[in-house]
Ligand binder design. Structure first.
Ligand SMILES: C[S@@+](CC[C@H](N)C(=O)[O-])C[C@H]1O[C@@H](n2cnc3c(N)ncnc32)[C@H](O)[C@@H]1O
Length: 283
């Protein structure tokens, strides 16, 4: 899919053709743009909205209802806050956004200049980021498949790391996830990692009910039902917290339909996990 910048910009930019896997970035970007337009935005990501508007991208094509939109926005907010807290304690940190898509985390979090930040995604996405998002000092963009062992050598290995994988791990097989976690943990002296969980229910439901959506053919994760499943996969990871979004205070800003669904399900951990959860570990 090739996008030409439209709108009021003085210069038209031709973006690279993205592969179908790279194109999965639009679903979450659309979610963040729709959140920005909501009555009570959760993430308030104006840049996501501006990109979608300038590209004249049809964010409505995914037919995202209120519940996935708040899920996408809220999980990003939770991961932003984990990054903010880590950086407050470790001002010399390295920040890593794995499978960054066109997400604007580094601009939202706005880390101090002591932090080196790396956005990693496939080459077409990395090029697109560089065309659409502003440069800033200490921001690095790496265009690589995360399954390729070479990319990590570009990242300093002597600093604590805060690592985010927002909307990524569903695309990795169990073996690929284990290899990636091992590579990250061996590279850094210490750190924290967070990602939104994909349970077996999520994988099943996505395949059954979201068959036309762009992400479905690429969901390769078997699904992990509990945070302990990930600890068993990589025993050097220790759970800091499982954040079940339906139990967080931001639910007060959800549209009433989603609030009602949360009210009915938040009493049960196993049912809440069928909503969106963010898993937060340290190593
Ligand atoms: C659903 S999007 C999420 C994007 C972004 N994190 C967000 O929250 O908006 C998934 C992203 O993961 C990237 N991705 C999937 N598999 C990858 C891999 N093996 N290596 C690098 N990036 C990958 C895709 O290119 C895409 O940008």
């Amino acid at each position: 899919m090739s996008h030409h910048r439209k709108g009021t910009d003085t210069m038209a930019i031709t973006l690279p053709d993205l592969t179908p896997l790279e194109n999965t970035l639009w679903l979450t970007l659309a979610g963040k743009a729709l959140d920005y337009q909501a009555k009570h935005p959760i993430l308030h990501d104006k840049t996501a909205y501006d990109i979608v508007r300038k590209l004249d991208y049809d964010a409505g094509q995914f037919k995202l209802s209120a519940s996935p939109v708040v899920g996408i926005a809220h999980r990003s907010l939770v991961m932003d806050n984990i990054v903010r807290q880590f950086i407050a304690k470790n001002p010399d940190a390295v920040g890593l956004d794995l499978g960054a898509g066109l997400d604007t985390r580094v601009y939202r979090v706005d880390p101090p200049t002591t932090v080196e930040w790396y956005d990693v995604d496939l080459p077409g996405v990395a090029k697109t980021r560089q065309l659409l998002l502003p440069e800033r000092p200490h921001l690095h963009t790496i265009g690589s498949d995360l399954n390729d062992p070479r990319w990590i050598s570009e990242v300093p290995a002597d600093r604590p790391a805060v690592i985010v994988a927002d909307g990524l791990i569903g695309f990795l097989s169990k073996e690929e996830l284990a290899t990636l976690l091992d590579r990250l943990i061996r590279h850094f002296p210490a750190g924290e990692i967070c990602f939104n969980g994909y349970t077996r229910f999520h994988v099943w439901a996505a395949k059954k009910y979201a068959g036309t959506q762009s992400v479905v053919p690429f969901l390769r994760s078997p699904g992990f039902d509990t945070p302990q499943d990930i600890e068993r996969l990589e025993p050097r990871l220790k759970l800091v917290r499982e954040i079940l979004l339906g139990r967080e205070p931001e639910v007060a800003d959800y549209p009433w339909t989603t609030r009602l669904a949360n009210f009915l399900t938040a009493w049960s951990i196993s049912i809440s996990r069928k909503g969106t959860a963010v898993q937060h570990y340290r190593f």
